[in-house]
Design a protein around this ligand. Structure first.
Ligand SMILES: NC(=O)c1ccc[n+]([C@@H]2O[C@H](COP(=O)([O-])OP(=O)(O)OC[C@H]3O[C@@H](n4cnc5c(N)ncnc54)[C@H](O)[C@@H]3O)[C@@H](O)[C@H]2O)c1
Length: 321
């Protein structure tokens, strides 16, 4: 067997990070994780996996050679970011600068967000759209927060690439799956938790908002499909949308979960502003993934129904243990 390569994954104990680690370990990598466990807990020890508990904005000590870096560490989830705007911005921007300062010759994958498109844009949206600072500041209610942080991250990474850094920026749309926490406002685990206890499922606004949900296994598989194509790293624009292009209305999602769980939960509608005063909701968020698919060929994604089935099966297995 060939010698293992070594990857660094920041935020590796989080929801997507765990999936990236699984993929790397299966692909003959050894992995070092840096995570401060602020919104996660440590994962079970495994061969070739080394976990460092540290805040990425402060981290300085690493001695091993590293072949690739995945930077995922961030505050994530509307409930968390809304209440901690400045900290969110700082972790994203300082974390990015820290990663850019480490290992200048190592390829790096930065996880941005579809939030950088702001509140109003024509969907399906593609990476060529010119995004102004005003669009992201409007999203963050004229403060520094999640969208402004990710926007600044992208600017800093692109500037570093002009100085010969080799990087890719992934813009994930909504990613769902087993082990996702509902604590910080992620819609699918929140709905499942409410349905499980027959409690009201709260839908914001009319529930007609459109979102595209990608199962995390498909997301990870498609990210690696892209990374494994050398031209992806040398595109003029190194940003790639990533996610399922198939939209679901939020009220249909609530109905789907309720019906699959045979729950008696009422579905109740609440103004978005009642939960997040001063904040506006994005009505339609659909990615155009043609740019990535021109390199990888057609990407496959489970339907929302298949993804929910898979989450519920795993949930039942965990409850049964
Ligand atoms: N899940 C989605 O649908 C989605 C959508 C768009 C973008 N993203 C991006 O993908 C990445 C991963 O998201 P996720 O869903 O796995 O989130 P997550 O909250 O599950 O994981 C984030 C991880 O980062 C860690 N972390 C936070 N601050 C840190 C710090 N200062 N130092 C070290 N570690 C820190 C947390 O403890 C957590 O383990 C994030 O950058 C996020 O912005 C995710």
């Amino acid at each position: 067997m060939t010698e293992r390569k070594h990857a660094l994954v920041t935020g590796g104990c989080g929801f997507i990070g765990k999936s990236i680690i699984d993929y790397l370990l299966k692909s003959n990598y050894s992995v070092t994780v840096i995570d401060d466990f602020s919104t996660s807990s440590s994962i079970q020890g495994r061969p070739h996996l080394d976990i460092i508990e540290e805040d990425i904005t402060l981290h300085t000590r690493l001695s091993k050679p590293i072949d690739i870096i995945f930077h995922l560490a961030s505050l994530v989830g509307m409930d968390l970011c809304y209440k901690n705007n400045k900290r969110t911005y700082d972790v994203i921007t300082k974390g990015t600068k820290k990663i850019l300062s480490l290992y200048p010759n190592t390829p790096k994958v930065f996880f941005s967000s579809s939030c950088v498109y702001g509140l109003d844009y024509k969907s399906p949206v593609d990476e060529g759209l010119n995004i102004s600072k005003k669009q992201v500041t409007d999203y963050d209610q004229s403060q520094y927060g999640y969208a402004t942080g990710k926007w600044q991250m992208e600017k800093d990474v692109i500037a570093a690439c002009l100085n010969k850094h080799k990087s890719i920026i992934i813009r994930p749309f909504n990613v769902i799956g087993e082990n996702q926490s509902g604590t910080y406002g992620m819609v699918v685990p929140k709905f499942i938790e409410a349905a499980k206890h027959n409690l009201p499922i709260t839908v914001h606004g009319t529930g007609r908002q459109l979102r595209c949900f990608a199962h995390v296994e498909d997301f990870t598989k498609n990210v690696f499909k892209l990374l494994n194509i050398p031209q992806s790293w040398y595109a003029q624009n190194i940003i790639y949308n990533m996610g399922s292009p198939n939209p679901t209305r939020i009220k249909d999602l609530a109905e789907l979960i309720k019906s699959k769980m045979a729950s008696s939960s009422p579905i109740q509608f609440e103004a978005y502003e009642d939960t997040y005063p001063g904040k506006k909701d994005v009505q339609v968020r659909i990615p155009n993934i043609r740019k990535a698919e021109q390199l990888t060929g057609k990407m496959t994604w489970q339907t929302i129904s298949q993804s929910i089935d898979s989450i519920l099966i795993r949930e039942n297995e965990t409850t049964a243990v």
